[in-house]
Design a protein around this ligand. Sequence first.
Ligand code: NAI
Length: 413
Amino acid sequence: MAQLPETSFPKGEIKILLLENIHPSANELFSVEGFQVERVSGALKEDELVERIRDAHVLGIRSKTRVTARALDEARRLLTVGCFCIGTNQVALAHANSRGIPVFNAPFSNTRSVAEMILAEVIALSRQLFDRSREVHDGTWKKIAVGSHEIRGKTLGIVGYGHIGRQIGVIAEVLGMRVAFYDIAARLPMGNNRAVGTLHQLLAESDYVTLHVPETPQTKGMIGPAEIAAMKKGACLLNASRGTVVDLDALAAALKKGDLAGAAVDVYPEEPETNSDGFASPLRGLANVILTPHIGGSTEEAQEAIGREVAAALIKYVNSGATTGAVNFPQVELPQARGTHRILNVHRNVPGVMRDITKIISDRGANIHAQQLSTDPDIGYLVVDLDQEVSHDVKDAISTLPTSIKTRILYAV
Ligand code: NAI
């Protein structure tokens, strides 16, 4: 048998191209692995990207670089793309899928930042702090206690008890609030947080309602006139989830009538594309309404955490083939069986592929120590741990199958 190289692909030859000033926390992780990192401070236009991406194994971007189908076609060596942000629609995701390229993002690194902002706003709304501050800036001294409240003992209603909702529930309790939540999925309550059975029940009993649901067909317009009418008189509504969840005209009307005492809104049905575009909303100018420009998750700590979270996912994919968390790819994560080599194969999801692969393996008398297959409608992703003696031969044969899109071999995961 021919002498095998020491590692499947020398780590020092893996090239990472990071655009858009990705946080240095990502570099630190890549450097520990011994990967080559090239950094570009801004976003790249398609032509420049096509040039730079050609010999990259990993591409890291934020929200401004558009990774088009053409760029992906030119990127012959590209294994994976990391979006060092939350959104991924700047990448041609279906095309990346068809080329066997998983795309990762960082959906949860800014959880804490959103939670802290919401708690700050709950207090600010209860004390009308923004209005009092503006008045003093304008030279008006309005020292009043009427309409100002402590949050201690008040009920915070959380709609959507996921990553952010749970963090808020924990911190709110430390501040002395009662916490109730409503979620469509069964969620384990943290501390003394309490689940309630229906949205309307939650709205009816909460002094503050804060929304932390994803954008789905069910959450679109979820808080409309009927839901706002179901809220306690004098309650406050907070939305830092997605702009389509709340009917802003209905909210503005309830605030003007005095049915609600205040609101804090961070996300809008239509948001300006750039900082120089104007902003229109029925909520502008209303008393005790905090309007922020979608900054709930925008902190330096979140950027650092995003750098680490996405870099870790990319490294794991390069080193072991794990696709857990990829937004466009079948999910596979398999601990490597001892004394084996690992073959990773992305193939078109058509009948007969597994039969062909199994035949290749059995024709060579190779033993499968562990394997995992996951599919979506278009592709299948197979990870197989095999006897080391035949692994190269098997990998070469699998990669020549007409159904194969990408095939790699790893020695040590
Ligand atoms: P998550 O996925 O961890 O939690 C969402 C929760 O909502 C889940 O428990 C889910 O079961 C529940 N849910 C889904 N549909 C529901 C429905 N119809 N009724 C009640 N509950 C429902 O999400 P995470 O990380 O907590 O984020 C929540 C929202 O916050 C997302 O919309 C996200 O886009 C947004 N977000 C906003 C940021 C900002 O800067 N303002 C930053 C980060 C996230």
